[in-house]
Design a protein around this ligand. Structure first.
Ligand SMILES: Nc1ncnc2c1ncn2[C@@H]1O[C@H](COP(=O)(O)OP(=O)(O)OP(=O)(O)O)[C@@H](O)[C@H]1O
Ligand SMILES: [Mg+2]
Length: 283
Protein backbone atom coordinates (compact mmCIF):
# COMPACT_ATOMS: atom_id res chain seq x y z
CA UNK A 1 0.00 0.00 0.00
CA UNK A 2 1.35 3.38 -1.05
CA UNK A 3 -0.32 5.18 1.83
CA UNK A 4 -3.47 4.85 3.83
CA UNK A 5 -5.51 7.29 1.78
CA UNK A 6 -9.09 6.06 1.48
CA UNK A 7 -10.29 6.09 -2.13
CA UNK A 8 -13.68 4.43 -1.73
CA UNK A 9 -15.74 4.13 1.40
CA UNK A 10 -19.15 2.45 1.53
CA UNK A 11 -21.20 2.78 4.70
CA UNK A 12 -24.35 0.94 5.70
CA UNK A 13 -25.43 0.21 2.13
CA UNK A 14 -28.89 -1.27 1.74
CA UNK A 15 -30.33 -1.81 -1.71
CA UNK A 16 -33.53 -3.46 -2.90
CA UNK A 17 -34.25 -3.74 -6.62
CA UNK A 18 -37.58 -2.28 -7.76
CA UNK A 19 -39.12 -5.78 -7.89
CA UNK A 20 -38.45 -6.14 -4.16
CA UNK A 21 -35.29 -8.32 -4.33
CA UNK A 22 -33.15 -7.50 -1.30
CA UNK A 23 -29.82 -7.36 -3.09
CA UNK A 24 -27.59 -5.78 -0.42
CA UNK A 25 -27.88 -5.37 3.36
CA UNK A 26 -25.61 -3.43 5.74
CA UNK A 27 -22.57 -3.34 3.49
CA UNK A 28 -19.50 -1.58 4.88
CA UNK A 29 -16.31 -1.54 2.89
CA UNK A 30 -13.19 0.53 2.50
CA UNK A 31 -10.69 0.63 -0.35
CA UNK A 32 -7.33 2.36 0.15
CA UNK A 33 -5.11 3.84 -2.53
CA UNK A 34 -3.10 1.12 -4.26
CA UNK A 35 -5.03 -1.85 -2.91
CA UNK A 36 -6.07 -4.88 -4.96
CA UNK A 37 -9.36 -6.01 -3.44
CA UNK A 38 -11.53 -9.00 -4.28
CA UNK A 39 -15.27 -9.51 -3.87
CA UNK A 40 -16.02 -13.21 -3.64
CA UNK A 41 -19.41 -14.81 -3.45
CA UNK A 42 -21.73 -17.33 -5.03
CA UNK A 43 -24.05 -16.49 -7.93
CA UNK A 44 -26.63 -13.95 -6.82
CA UNK A 45 -24.72 -12.90 -3.67
CA UNK A 46 -24.66 -9.24 -4.77
CA UNK A 47 -21.20 -8.66 -6.28
CA UNK A 48 -22.38 -6.97 -9.47
CA UNK A 49 -24.93 -4.86 -7.61
CA UNK A 50 -22.25 -3.67 -5.20
CA UNK A 51 -19.84 -2.74 -8.00
CA UNK A 52 -22.63 -0.78 -9.75
CA UNK A 53 -23.30 1.13 -6.54
CA UNK A 54 -19.59 1.91 -6.07
CA UNK A 55 -19.46 3.16 -9.67
CA UNK A 56 -22.49 5.42 -9.26
CA UNK A 57 -24.55 3.45 -11.79
CA UNK A 58 -27.16 2.62 -9.14
CA UNK A 59 -27.92 5.71 -7.09
CA UNK A 60 -31.17 5.07 -5.21
CA UNK A 61 -29.54 3.03 -2.44
CA UNK A 62 -29.61 3.70 1.32
CA UNK A 63 -26.34 4.55 3.05
CA UNK A 64 -23.39 6.40 1.59
CA UNK A 65 -20.53 5.87 -0.83
CA UNK A 66 -17.66 8.30 -1.12
CA UNK A 67 -14.99 8.51 -3.80
CA UNK A 68 -11.98 10.45 -2.52
CA UNK A 69 -14.19 11.88 0.19
CA UNK A 70 -16.97 13.12 -2.13
CA UNK A 71 -20.49 11.69 -1.95
CA UNK A 72 -20.90 9.61 -5.11
CA UNK A 73 -24.54 10.67 -5.40
CA UNK A 74 -23.42 14.28 -5.80
CA UNK A 75 -20.71 13.60 -8.37
CA UNK A 76 -21.55 13.85 -12.08
CA UNK A 77 -20.94 10.88 -14.35
CA UNK A 78 -18.03 12.79 -15.87
CA UNK A 79 -16.42 13.43 -12.49
CA UNK A 80 -16.67 9.73 -11.66
CA UNK A 81 -15.39 8.46 -15.01
CA UNK A 82 -12.46 10.85 -14.95
CA UNK A 83 -11.04 8.74 -12.12
CA UNK A 84 -12.81 5.42 -12.02
CA UNK A 85 -13.89 2.92 -14.65
CA UNK A 86 -15.86 -0.30 -14.58
CA UNK A 87 -15.67 -3.43 -16.74
CA UNK A 88 -19.03 -5.18 -16.91
CA UNK A 89 -19.49 -8.88 -16.36
CA UNK A 90 -20.95 -9.36 -19.83
CA UNK A 91 -18.85 -7.77 -22.60
CA UNK A 92 -21.93 -7.36 -24.79
CA UNK A 93 -23.25 -4.84 -22.26
CA UNK A 94 -20.09 -2.80 -22.66
CA UNK A 95 -18.98 -2.92 -26.29
CA UNK A 96 -21.01 -0.85 -28.69
CA UNK A 97 -18.84 0.47 -31.56
CA UNK A 98 -18.55 -1.55 -34.76
CA UNK A 99 -14.79 -2.13 -34.76
CA UNK A 100 -12.22 -2.89 -32.09
CA UNK A 101 -10.35 0.35 -32.77
CA UNK A 102 -13.47 2.52 -32.51
CA UNK A 103 -14.46 0.89 -29.28
CA UNK A 104 -11.12 1.23 -27.53
CA UNK A 105 -10.65 4.77 -28.90
CA UNK A 106 -14.06 5.96 -27.66
CA UNK A 107 -12.89 6.74 -24.12
CA UNK A 108 -9.67 8.61 -25.00
CA UNK A 109 -11.49 10.60 -27.74
CA UNK A 110 -14.13 11.65 -25.24
CA UNK A 111 -11.45 12.60 -22.76
CA UNK A 112 -10.28 15.08 -25.40
CA UNK A 113 -6.88 13.61 -26.30
CA UNK A 114 -5.39 14.61 -29.68
CA UNK A 115 -5.57 12.06 -32.49
CA UNK A 116 -1.97 10.91 -32.20
CA UNK A 117 -2.28 10.32 -28.48
CA UNK A 118 -5.53 8.40 -29.05
CA UNK A 119 -3.68 6.17 -31.54
CA UNK A 120 -0.87 5.55 -29.09
CA UNK A 121 -3.23 4.76 -26.24
CA UNK A 122 -5.24 2.31 -28.35
CA UNK A 123 -2.11 0.57 -29.68
CA UNK A 124 -0.65 0.23 -26.20
CA UNK A 125 -3.90 -0.99 -24.66
CA UNK A 126 -4.37 -3.62 -27.39
CA UNK A 127 -0.79 -4.81 -26.85
CA UNK A 128 -1.40 -5.02 -23.09
CA UNK A 129 -4.29 -7.44 -23.59
CA UNK A 130 -2.46 -9.25 -26.41
CA UNK A 131 -4.91 -8.21 -29.08
CA UNK A 132 -2.54 -6.39 -31.42
CA UNK A 133 -3.61 -6.85 -34.99
CA UNK A 134 -7.32 -6.85 -34.13
CA UNK A 135 -7.88 -3.08 -34.45
CA UNK A 136 -9.89 -3.29 -37.68
CA UNK A 137 -11.85 -6.38 -36.72
CA UNK A 138 -15.61 -6.20 -36.26
CA UNK A 139 -16.66 -6.46 -32.61
CA UNK A 140 -19.40 -8.92 -33.58
CA UNK A 141 -16.87 -11.39 -34.93
CA UNK A 142 -14.80 -11.64 -31.75
CA UNK A 143 -14.95 -14.64 -29.44
CA UNK A 144 -16.23 -14.15 -25.88
CA UNK A 145 -12.74 -14.09 -24.35
CA UNK A 146 -11.54 -11.66 -27.02
CA UNK A 147 -14.46 -9.35 -26.28
CA UNK A 148 -13.58 -9.47 -22.62
CA UNK A 149 -10.01 -8.41 -23.41
CA UNK A 150 -11.25 -5.55 -25.58
CA UNK A 151 -13.43 -4.30 -22.70
CA UNK A 152 -10.34 -4.19 -20.49
CA UNK A 153 -8.34 -2.50 -23.27
CA UNK A 154 -11.04 0.19 -23.46
CA UNK A 155 -10.48 0.95 -19.80
CA UNK A 156 -6.69 0.77 -20.00
CA UNK A 157 -6.73 3.30 -22.84
CA UNK A 158 -8.45 5.78 -20.53
CA UNK A 159 -5.86 5.30 -17.78
CA UNK A 160 -8.14 5.34 -14.75
CA UNK A 161 -6.78 5.56 -11.21
CA UNK A 162 -9.41 3.18 -9.88
CA UNK A 163 -10.76 0.12 -11.71
CA UNK A 164 -13.88 -1.85 -10.85
CA UNK A 165 -13.82 -5.20 -12.62
CA UNK A 166 -16.73 -7.61 -12.70
CA UNK A 167 -15.32 -11.10 -13.25
CA UNK A 168 -12.53 -9.99 -15.58
CA UNK A 169 -11.22 -13.52 -16.05
CA UNK A 170 -14.52 -15.36 -16.54
CA UNK A 171 -14.60 -17.02 -19.94
CA UNK A 172 -10.87 -16.68 -20.56
CA UNK A 173 -8.80 -19.79 -21.25
CA UNK A 174 -6.43 -20.88 -18.42
CA UNK A 175 -3.42 -19.05 -19.83
CA UNK A 176 -5.58 -16.02 -20.64
CA UNK A 177 -6.87 -16.01 -17.09
CA UNK A 178 -3.38 -16.07 -15.66
CA UNK A 179 -2.15 -13.39 -18.06
CA UNK A 180 -5.10 -11.16 -17.26
CA UNK A 181 -4.33 -11.41 -13.55
CA UNK A 182 -0.68 -10.76 -14.29
CA UNK A 183 -1.60 -7.65 -16.29
CA UNK A 184 -3.88 -6.39 -13.51
CA UNK A 185 -1.14 -7.02 -10.94
CA UNK A 186 1.33 -5.03 -13.02
CA UNK A 187 -1.15 -2.15 -13.30
CA UNK A 188 -1.66 -2.33 -9.57
CA UNK A 189 2.01 -2.57 -8.55
CA UNK A 190 3.72 -0.51 -11.24
CA UNK A 191 1.08 2.05 -12.16
CA UNK A 192 -0.47 2.27 -8.68
CA UNK A 193 -3.94 1.58 -10.05
CA UNK A 194 -6.41 0.72 -7.28
CA UNK A 195 -8.50 -2.33 -8.20
CA UNK A 196 -11.72 -3.84 -6.90
CA UNK A 197 -12.58 -7.09 -8.62
CA UNK A 198 -15.52 -9.49 -8.36
CA UNK A 199 -14.38 -13.04 -8.98
CA UNK A 200 -15.06 -16.75 -8.54
CA UNK A 201 -11.43 -17.71 -9.19
CA UNK A 202 -10.56 -18.91 -5.71
CA UNK A 203 -7.30 -20.49 -6.91
CA UNK A 204 -6.01 -17.16 -8.19
CA UNK A 205 -7.06 -15.07 -5.20
CA UNK A 206 -4.11 -15.77 -2.87
CA UNK A 207 -1.62 -15.14 -5.64
CA UNK A 208 -2.84 -11.68 -6.48
CA UNK A 209 -5.16 -10.03 -3.95
CA UNK A 210 -4.27 -7.93 -0.90
CA UNK A 211 -7.65 -8.24 0.76
CA UNK A 212 -11.00 -9.75 0.04
CA UNK A 213 -14.60 -9.54 1.12
CA UNK A 214 -16.90 -12.53 1.00
CA UNK A 215 -20.54 -11.86 0.18
CA UNK A 216 -23.39 -14.14 1.07
CA UNK A 217 -26.98 -13.28 0.27
CA UNK A 218 -26.20 -9.59 0.02
CA UNK A 219 -24.16 -9.33 3.21
CA UNK A 220 -20.42 -9.20 3.81
CA UNK A 221 -19.77 -12.25 5.97
CA UNK A 222 -15.98 -12.14 6.10
CA UNK A 223 -13.24 -9.72 5.20
CA UNK A 224 -9.46 -9.71 5.45
CA UNK A 225 -6.28 -10.99 3.84
CA UNK A 226 -6.48 -14.29 1.89
CA UNK A 227 -4.82 -16.03 4.89
CA UNK A 228 -7.43 -14.63 7.26
CA UNK A 229 -10.41 -15.39 5.07
CA UNK A 230 -9.63 -18.66 3.28
CA UNK A 231 -9.42 -20.95 6.28
CA UNK A 232 -11.49 -24.10 6.54
CA UNK A 233 -13.33 -25.98 3.76
CA UNK A 234 -16.55 -26.16 5.83
CA UNK A 235 -16.63 -22.41 6.30
CA UNK A 236 -16.06 -21.87 2.62
CA UNK A 237 -18.82 -24.27 1.64
CA UNK A 238 -21.24 -22.36 3.88
CA UNK A 239 -20.75 -19.43 1.53
CA UNK A 240 -20.92 -21.76 -1.49
CA UNK A 241 -17.22 -21.34 -2.25
CA UNK A 242 -14.26 -23.65 -1.81
CA UNK A 243 -10.63 -23.34 -0.76
CA UNK A 244 -7.91 -23.10 -3.41
CA UNK A 245 -7.29 -26.69 -4.53
CA UNK A 246 -3.78 -26.85 -3.14
CA UNK A 247 -5.05 -25.61 0.25
CA UNK A 248 -7.80 -28.24 0.23
CA UNK A 249 -5.20 -30.98 -0.33
CA UNK A 250 -2.95 -29.82 2.50
CA UNK A 251 -5.95 -29.29 4.79
CA UNK A 252 -7.00 -32.91 4.28
CA UNK A 253 -3.47 -34.21 4.77
CA UNK A 254 -3.27 -32.27 8.02
CA UNK A 255 -6.71 -33.07 9.45
CA UNK A 256 -7.53 -36.48 8.01
CA UNK A 257 -4.09 -38.04 7.64
CA UNK A 258 -2.59 -36.18 10.63
CA UNK A 259 0.43 -34.93 8.75
CA UNK A 260 1.75 -32.07 10.91
CA UNK A 261 1.65 -29.05 8.63
CA UNK A 262 2.20 -25.83 10.58
CA UNK A 263 -0.17 -23.83 8.41
CA UNK A 264 -2.36 -24.28 5.38
CA UNK A 265 -0.51 -22.88 2.37
CA UNK A 266 -2.75 -21.17 -0.18
CA UNK A 267 -0.47 -21.31 -3.21
CA UNK A 268 1.59 -24.00 -4.92
CA UNK A 269 4.77 -22.05 -4.11
CA UNK A 270 4.03 -22.00 -0.37
CA UNK A 271 2.94 -25.65 -0.37
CA UNK A 272 6.15 -26.62 -2.10
CA UNK A 273 8.25 -24.85 0.54
CA UNK A 274 6.29 -26.47 3.40
CA UNK A 275 6.64 -29.94 1.84
CA UNK A 276 10.36 -29.56 1.18
CA UNK A 277 10.90 -28.41 4.76
CA UNK A 278 8.98 -31.40 6.09
CA UNK A 279 10.83 -33.86 3.83
CA UNK A 280 14.17 -32.39 4.90
CA UNK A 281 13.25 -32.84 8.59
CA UNK A 282 12.24 -36.46 8.04
CA UNK A 283 15.27 -37.54 6.08
N1 LIG B 1 -32.22 -5.69 -12.36
C1 LIG B 1 -32.55 -6.50 -11.37
N2 LIG B 1 -33.83 -6.57 -10.93
C2 LIG B 1 -34.17 -7.39 -9.91
N3 LIG B 1 -33.31 -8.19 -9.24
C3 LIG B 1 -32.03 -8.17 -9.65
C4 LIG B 1 -31.58 -7.35 -10.75
N4 LIG B 1 -30.26 -7.56 -10.91
C5 LIG B 1 -29.90 -8.47 -9.98
N5 LIG B 1 -30.95 -8.84 -9.22
C6 LIG B 1 -30.94 -9.77 -8.07
O1 LIG B 1 -30.09 -9.25 -7.07
C7 LIG B 1 -29.33 -10.29 -6.44
C8 LIG B 1 -27.84 -10.01 -6.58
O2 LIG B 1 -27.50 -10.09 -7.96
P1 LIG B 1 -26.04 -9.77 -8.51
O3 LIG B 1 -26.13 -9.73 -9.98
O4 LIG B 1 -25.53 -8.55 -7.81
O5 LIG B 1 -25.24 -11.05 -7.99
P2 LIG B 1 -23.75 -11.52 -8.34
O6 LIG B 1 -23.08 -11.81 -7.04
O7 LIG B 1 -23.10 -10.56 -9.24
O8 LIG B 1 -24.00 -12.93 -9.08
P3 LIG B 1 -23.16 -13.66 -10.29
O9 LIG B 1 -22.01 -14.38 -9.63
O10 LIG B 1 -24.17 -14.64 -10.83
O11 LIG B 1 -22.75 -12.62 -11.27
C9 LIG B 1 -29.78 -11.58 -7.12
O12 LIG B 1 -30.75 -12.17 -6.29
C10 LIG B 1 -30.41 -11.13 -8.43
O13 LIG B 1 -31.44 -12.00 -8.82
MG1 LIG C 1 -22.37 -10.68 -11.14
Amino acid sequence: MENNRIRISARDIVYDYPDGTQALTDINLIVHQGEFIGLLGANGSGKTTLLKILDGLIRDFKGSVTLDGSDIKRLSAKEIYGKMGMVFQNPDDQLFASTVFEDVAFGPINMGFPEQEVQQRVTRALADVEMEGFAKKSIHHLSFGQKKRICIAGLLAMGHEVLLLDEPTAGLDPMGEYKMMDLLTRLNRECRVTIVMATHSVDLVPLFLDRLYILRQGRIVRGGTPEEVLTAPEEMSQVKLRLPQIAELIYRLKHEDRIPFKKIPLTIGEARRELLEMLAKNS
